[in-house]
Design a protein around this ligand. Structure first.
Ligand code: FMN
Length: 181
């Protein structure tokens, strides 16, 4: 059993990253092998919309996204974590999501994501729309065959590391991790 975590925050002491790590801890407690990627620290370019992937089954861009494709292919579950920026996922997260197209064949209705469990983590400041925004992402990825297991996140988290004081969120993230394996 392998679980891959994606962190879409650019910050050090990111609340999103802390919660994603908690999910991975929960998964590890059930015997899973885990791997985490922080998009901001990687060399990942925007999707160029060329549809090469739809014809050849792989992305034409040979950047660090290749490491993530490889990891997700061999994984049983994926954890996507993002802060809410301007009411949406961060640019880092969106770039990752766009590049996921290379794992999906929209014309054949085929998907390398099929059957993999999905957990979503978010962190936000003063807003309270994170859950709504990310539930929509969960539904979208379910349409590509993923099994959307759950979502954990909260607001009031502008301070880096603030989530360390939110026992309820830490516990919920850990429990989510035990349910995705
Ligand atoms: C550019 C930018 C846009 C933001 N937009 C929102 C927003 O629309 N709603 C909200 O509640 N918080 C917003 N925030 C606050 C972040 O979501 C919040 O600080 C979050 O907890 C950061 O997560 P991190 O600690 O994982 O980096 C924004 C922050 C930045 C830097």
């Amino acid at each position: 059993m392998k679980v891959v975590g994606i962190v879409g925050s650019p910050r050090a002491e990111s609340n999103t990253e802390i919660l994603v790590q908690k999910v991975l801890e929960g998964a590890k407690s059930k015997g899973a092998e885990v791997e985490i990627f922080k998009i901001n620290d990687m060399n990942i370019n925007w999707c160029q919309g060329c549809f090469y992937c739809q014809q050849y089954g792989e992305c034409k861009q040979k950047d660090d996204m290749q490491l993530i494709y490889k990891a997700i292919k061999s994984a049983d579950a994926l954890v996507i974590g993002t802060p809410i920026y301007m009411g949406h996922v961060t640019a880092q997260t969106k770039t990752f999501l766009d590049r996921l197209l290379a794992m999906i064949n929209v014309f054949k209705g085929d998907s390398a994501l099929k059957g993999k469990n999905l957990a979503i983590i978010y962190s936000q400041g003063r807003g309270n729309d994170g859950e709504t925004v990310l539930k929509e992402l969960g539904t979208r990825l379910s349409n590509f065959g993923m099994k959307f297991v759950g979502i954990v996140g909260g607001n009031g988290l502008n301070e880096p590391g603030a989530v360390k004081k939110k026992e309820d969120l830490l516990k919920a993230a850990y429990q989510l991790g035990t349910r995705i394996v």
